[in-house]
Design a protein around this ligand. Structure first.
Ligand SMILES: C[S@@+](CC[C@H](N)C(=O)[O-])C[C@H]1O[C@@H](n2cnc3c(N)ncnc32)[C@H](O)[C@@H]1O
Length: 288
């Protein structure tokens, strides 16, 4: 074996040991993440911490509880935007919300909500469709630091031009500036949008389902999982939905890993919107 190959396999062993430590000490299970992208993040974490090998982080992880947050944060990809993939929000507004209108109380779960931009986009949409006052959005993530930022409802004013464009493309009915207060370099989401959101720590790899959801959104999270974990998460979403409830995945994600293929119907292949099937529910027609 060449020296390079040897180093690579040693690195894999170090990653395995690190993963075991994370699971044994703290119950965080990253074993079923896509290994290639996980490895890139482990390397980035190693550089950020300033150690020369991944195994050097193992004793720190065991003895320093504060280090856990650095690890979880380092292992998360948190890229997000308001009204990311605006067509998806437009499709939700035009095709899914009219069905949600028939429920007296609407429960929505945003799994892997990162720093909250997707959650507040959904809240704005619900507000414009006059559904917010009877809606509750449960927003969850494995990364507690992300959740704190999300809960603060603050984002950078620099992002406003992009978010305004996205909002308009998502069929925005007002002016995007109606939905934040500017203070110094920050944009702050108003209380009436925030009060319909409950943020919770939840790990899709180990935690159980949320009950009776009408819409589950989990976008750009499954791409980081291997097939086994994707299947597990998709089962969790299936169990969390009411009969006829809706699932929205990221535009690069699908139900391919889901072993119970006959349990959802596809409503939008582009927007990755699916409906939970049940004998007493007539599924909506596919809309694109
Ligand atoms: C790329 S962001 C996606 C944010 C948002 N959904 C979007 O599409 O804009 C991925 C998020 O998934 C979260 N995540 C990763 N693994 C998770 C897990 N096992 N359980 C819950 N959230 C997880 C990360 O912490 C991160 O905030």
């Amino acid at each position: 074996m060449s020296e390079i190959e040897n180093n690579i396999s040693l690195e894999n062993i170090e990653i395995e040991l690190f993963l075991q430590t994370l699971k044994l000490c703290y119950g965080y299970d990253y074993n079923n993440y896509n290994f290639a992208s996980f490895k890139r993040r482990m390397r980035a974490l190693k550089n950020k911490v300033g150690v020369s090998s991944i195994s050097e982080m193992i004793p720190i992880l065991i003895h320093d509880k504060q280090f856990l947050e650095t690890v979880i944060d380092g292992l998360s990809v948190t890229m997000t935007d308001m009204f990311r993939d605006p067509d998806v929000f437009l499709n939700l507004r035009n095709n899914i919300f009219p069905v949600l209108k028939s429920y007296p109380r609407i429960k929505l779960w945003v799994a892997g909500c990162a720093t909250g931009e997707e959650v507040y986009s959904l809240a704005i949409l619900l507000h414009e469709e006059k559904l917010l006052s009877r809606s509750m959005i449960y927003a969850t993530d494995v990364n507690k630091k992300n959740l704190e930022i999300a809960e603060s409802g603050i984002f950078s004013l620099d992002k406003v031009p992009d978010y305004t464009r996205n909002y308009q493309a998502a069929g925005g009915k007002a002016s995007f500036s109606d939905y934040y207060h500017a203070r110094y370099s920050n944009a702050i989401i108003p209380e009436y949008l925030r009060e319909r959101v409950v943020f919770n720590h939840h790990n899709l790899a180990v935690d159980t389902c949320f009950g009776e959801m009408h819409l589950v959104m989990c976008r750009n999270v499954l791409i980081y999982f291997n097939t086994e974990l994707q299947n597990k998460a998709l089962n969790l979403f299936y169990d969390s939905l009411v009969r006829g409830g809706f699932l929205c995945l990221g535009t690069k994600e699908s139900l391919r890993a889901f072993t119970q293929t006959d349990k959802f119907s596809t409503l939008s292949n582009y927007s990755r919107i699916y409906q939970k099937l049940s004998p007493d529910v007539i599924p909506l027609k596919e809309f694109d």
